[in-house]
Design a protein around this ligand. Structure first.
Ligand code: ADP
Ligand code: ZN
Length: 720
C-alpha cells in the first residue's frame, strides 16, 4: 500500500521487497517492528512532519534510518554529541549501510572525501552537528546536494535540546528553524525521550513542525526489574554482592566524586574490573574510560550523574544507585540506561535514611527559596518511591502521568507483595479531612488534624473544631503517611507540584468517599526476601556456548575497533546458543542477522558453534524437534502443530516438553496457566520427580498428564 502512496520512493529499491518487514529484516536483521515503528516509517514515507517520543531503548533511530534507505536522496541527521554520531554510524556501517558524519574532529581532507562520497550517492544517511549544518560553508553544499541528489528528510535527534525547559538546552538547536524556511518541501522528523509535555510542545513550536503527526510511546520499560533495598550497615559488601550476581555490564551511580573513587578502588581490590567517571577527571580520561566500558574491557562503570547522556551501550544489565537520586525523573532516566536492548535488566536503589540528611544538607545550601522548595518536593517524591509499597513501575509512570493497572510482575513490590489490608474506612476519614480543610493543605497537616494535634497552625486555622479533628488517633502518624502515600500512588488523591504540595481531591477520591470504591493498602510486615538472581536461568550448556560466542564477538569487534554490540546484540548470541544453527541459511533466521551480517560473520559463527558442539558432544535438536519448534515460534498452538504435522497432539506436547528441558524458547505460561503450574509444583515437591503417575494421583486427577509433563520438564531444567 505504501508503494502506491509515495512517488518519491526509490522504486528500484522497493521492488526488492514485498513488505516493510522484509526490508527491516534485510537491512537490520529484525523480524518485527517494535510498537509504533511501522506507523512512523509509513508516515515518513508519505513525507509527513513527525514528532516521535519514545523512552530510551524504544528504537527511535530505526524510525528515520529505514525510510532513508527506501527513499531516493540523502537523509540529514542532526545529533548533538560526537559520541552518539560515531556510534550510530558504526552500527549502520556494520549493517552494510552507507552512512557517515561530519563534525569538528575531522581535518579538511577527510571532510572533502566524505563530501565527494555523498555526491557520488554512496551515502544514505549523513550525521551532522547543528552548528555545522548552519555554517556558511555547509549551506551551499546542502543546496548542491538538494539539487543533484535530493534531501529526503531532516531527522532531529535528541530534539529536546531545542527547549529551555528540557534538561539539556543547546542554543544552536534554535537555529534549526531556519532549515525549515530554506527547504520548505523537506519533511522533518523530531525525536526525543523527554517525558514532559511542556518540552514536547516547545519542540513542535521551535522547529515549526507543520501539522506533525505525533507519536508518544508508553514510557513503561517492561524488561526492567525495579527494586529498592534498605542500605545495610556494611553497604559496600551489599553493593559487591549485587554486582557479583550478574556477569554483564553495569553502572553504579554515587553522589560525589570522592565516593566514586573510593568505590572504584574497593571494587578493583575485590577483583571486579571497574573504572571511575566524574567531572574531576580530564576529558581524555573520561573518553578513555567510557570507551573501555562500551567495548566490554571492564564490567562496571562507577560514576556520578556526569555519566550517561549519549551513552548508547544497549547491553547494560544493571544500574545500581548507591545513593539517592535527586528526582524521580532523573531516577527514571538514569536507571533507564539499563536494558536498552530489551533483554532483562535490574534497576536497584539502595536506600539509607542517612542519605536523606545528605540531600537535605545540599538543598539547604541553595540560595533561592523557590529552588529549595522545589528540590524538597522532588526529594519527597523520591522518598515516596523508595518507601512505597505499591508497584514501583506504577509509581514512576504515575509521575509522568501514565497509569498502569494491577500487578506488573517485574518489581519487588509486585513479586513479593506485602499483605493487603482493607483501609477503605481510613481512606474515607483521610479524604474527608482533606475536604474539610478545603483542599488547601499538605499531607502533614492533614495527619496532624486526624491525630487530634492542637499545634499552633491548627489552632490558627480553627481546625481543632473540624468534625474530622482527632478521628484518627487509633493509627500512628507513620501509618497515616503510608495511607496518604498509597492513595497518591493509586491515583485516589492528587497533589500540586509547584513546590507547595497541597492535596486535592479528584473524581476517584469522591468515589471512595461515597463508598463506591474500596481501598487496599499493602502494609509492610517483616523484611521481604531479596532476589538473589533474576537473570535468565539458562541451561549450563547454552550458557557455556553463549560465553564462547561472546568472546568470538569481542575478538571481531576489537579487530574492527567497534563495540561488541555493534557486531551482534546479546539477544542474538543467546538465540544462537539456544538454536545452534548448522547452516548459513538457518543462521540468517536468527533475529538481528541481516543480509550484510550474514555475509560478513555468518561462517565464523557457524564454525564456532559447530566446533563447540563437536567438542562437547552436545546433541543438536533432532529434525522432528526443530520442526515442532519452528511451527511453535510461528505462533501455532499444540492442536495446530499436530494437525500440520499429522501427529498426535500428545506427541507434540512431548516435543514441547523436550524443548523446555533443553531450554529452548518455549513459554510454559502459554501452555499451562501459572496457578495450575503452582499446584503441580507443590505436588512435585510432595512426591518427587520420579513418576508422573504418582504426581497425577497426588493431584486428585484434576490435572492432565500433558500439563504435568510440561511442568516437570521445566522443573528438571532448573533443579537437576
Ligand atoms: P533509542 O534511540 O530509542 O534509545 P535505539 O534506536 O538505540 O533506541 O534502539 C535501541 C535498541 O533496540 C538497539 O539495540 C536497536 O538495535 C534495537 N532495536 C530497534 N528496533 C528494533 C526492532 N524492531 N527489533 C529488535 N531490536 C530493535
Ligand atoms: Zn510492579
Amino acid at each position: 500500500m505504501y508503494i502506491r502512496l509515495a512517488s518519491h520512493l526509490n522504486q528500484s529499491i522497493m521492488a526488492q521487497f514485498h513488505s516493510l518487514e522484509q526490508a527491516l529484516k534485510h537491512y537490520f536483521g529484525y523480524d518485527a517492528f517494535r510498537p509504533g515503528q511501522q506507523q512512523i516509517v509509513e508516515q515518513a514515507l508519505q513525507n509527513r512532519d513527525q514528532l516521535v517520543v519514545m523512552p530510551t531503548g524504544g528504537g527511535k533511530s530505526l524510525c528515520f534510518q529505514l525510510p532513508a534507505l527506501l527513499q531516493s536522496g540523502l537523509t540529514i541527521v542532526v545529533s548533538p554529541l560526537m559520541a552518539l554520531m560515531q556510534d550510530q554510524v558504526e552500527a549502520l556501517r556494520d549493517n552494510g549501510i552507507g552512512a557517515t558524519f561530519l563534525n569538528s574532529s575531522l581535518n579538511s581532507k577527510a571532510v572533502r572525501d566524505r563530501e565527494q562520497k555523498i555526491l557520488e550517492r554512496q551515502i544514505k544517511l549523513l550525521y551532522v552537528a547543528p552548528e555545522r549544518l548552519l555554517s556558511e560553508r555547509f549551506l551551499p553544499f546542502l543546496d548542491l546536494i538538494k539539487e543533484k541528489i535530493g534531501v529526503s528528510a531532516f531527522a532531529i535527534d535528541e530534539a529536546h535540546c531545542v527547549s529551555e525547559w528540557g534538561h539539556d538546552f543547546r542554543p544552536e538547536y534554535r537555529q534549526l528553524r531556519f532549515l525549515r524556511q530554506r527547504y520548505r518541501d523537506v519533511p522533518t522528523i523530531a525525536l526525543t525521550a523527554t517525558a514532559t509535555d511542556r518540552v514536547r510542545q516547545d519542540i513542535i513550536q521551535q522547529l515549526a513542525l507543520a501539522q506533525p503527526s505525533i507519536h508518544i510511546a508508553s514510557f513503561n520499560r517492561p524488561n526492567l526489574y525495579y527494586e529498592v533495598q534498605p542500605k545495610q550497615k556494611q553497604s559496600y559488601k551489599q553493593l559487591l554482592k549485587l554486582i557479583q550476581r550478574t556477569e554483564g555490564s553495569g553502572i553504579v551511580y554515587c553522589l560525589s566524586r570522592r565516593k566514586v573513587d573510593e568505590v572504584t578502588l574497593k571494587l578493583k581490590q575485590d577483583g571486579i574490573a571497574a573504572l571511575p567517571y566524574h567531572a574531576g577527571l580530564s576529558d581524555a580520561e573520561r573518553v578513555e574510560n567510557q570507551t573501555r566500558f562500551i567495548r566490554d574491557d571492564v564490567q562496571v562503570m562507577v560514576a556520578t550523574i556526569a555519566f550517561g547522556m549519549g551513552i548508547n551501550k544497549p547491553d547494560v544489565r544493571f544500574v545500581i544507585h548507591y545513593d539517592l537520586p535527586r528526582t524521580l525523573e532523573s531516577y527514571y532516566q538514569e536507571s533507564g540506561r539499563a536494558g536498552r536492548d530489551g533483554e532483562p535488566a535490574l534497576c536497584t536503589l539502595l536506600f539509607g535514611y542517612g542519605d536523606i540528611k545528605t540531600i537535605e544538607y545540599l538543598i539547604d545550601q541553595k540560595s533561592d527559596p523557590k529552588e529549595q522548595r522545589i528540590a524538597r518536593q522532588q526529594l519527597r517524591q523520591v522518598l515516596d518511591y523508595a518507601e512505597g509499597t505499591d508497584c514501583r513501575r506504577a509509581i514512576v509512570l504515575g509521575y509522568f502521568g501514565e497509569r498502569i493497572e494491577g500487578n506488573c510482575g517485574n518489581c519487588d513490590n509486585c513479586l513479593y507483595p506485602q499483605p493487603l489490608h482493607d483501609w477503605t474506612l481510613e481512606a474515607m476519614k483521610f479524604l474527608s479531612c482533606v475536604a474539610r480543610c478545603k483542599e488547601r493543605f499538605g499531607m502533614n497537616h492533614i495527619i496532624e488534624v486526624l491525630r487530634g494535634s492542637k499545634n499552633q497552625r491548627i489552632l490558627q486555622y480553627g481546625h481543632h473544631n473540624l468534625s474530622t479533628h482527632g478521628i484518627g488517633q487509633d493509627k500512628s502518624a507513620e501509618e497515616w503517611r503510608l495511607l496518604g502515600r498509597s492513595l497518591l500512588h493509586q491515583g485516589l488523591v492528587a497533589q500540586t507540584s509547584d513546590g507547595y504540595p497541597v492535596l486535592k481531591l479528584n473524581a476517584l477520591s469522591w468515589e471512595v468517599m461515597r463508598r463506591q470504591r474500596s481501598v487496599y493498602i499493602a502494609v509492610p510486615t517483616a523484611s521481604k526476601p531479596v532476589v538473589e538472581d533474576k537473570q535468565d536461568i539458562r541451561a549450563e550448556d547454552a550458557e557455556r556456548l553463549f560465553q564462547r560466542l561472546r568472546s568470538l564477538r569481542k575478538q571481531i569487534a576489537d579487530k574492527q575497533s567497534v563495540p561488541p554490540y555493534v557486531v551482534f546484540a546479546d539477544s542474538s548470541l543467546k538465540q544462537m546458543a539456544n538454536l545452534r544453527p548448522q547452516s548459513l541459511e538457518d543462521f540468517g533466521k536468527i533475529p538481528g542477522v541481516g543480509s550484510h551480517k550474514l555475509a560478513q560473520y555468518g561462517s565464523q559463527f557457524v564454525n564456532e558453534i559447530e566446533a563447540y558442539c563437536q567438542e562437547h558432544n552436545s546433541p543438536r535438536l533432532s529434525d522432528t524437534l526443530s520442526l515442532t519448534l519452528e511451527l511453535y515460534q510461528q505462533g501455532c498452538n499444540v492442536e495446530e502443530i499436530a494437525q500440520k504435522r499429522q501427529l498426535h497432539s500428545s506427541t507434540i506436547t512431548g516435543h514441547l516438553a523436550q524443548l523446555i528441558e533443553r531450554n529452548q524458547p518455549v513459554d510454559l505460561d502459554q501452555l499451562v496457566a501459572p496457578e495450575r503450574q503452582q499446584s503441580i509444583l507443590q505436588a512435585i515437591q510432595a512426591v518427587g520427580l520420579n513418576s508422573l503417575k504418582s504426581i497425577y494421583e497426588h493431584l486428585g486427577q484434576s490435572y492432565s498428564y500433558d500439563e504435568i509433563r510440561l511442568v516437570v520438564a521445566r522443573w528438571q531444567l532448573y533443579y537437576t
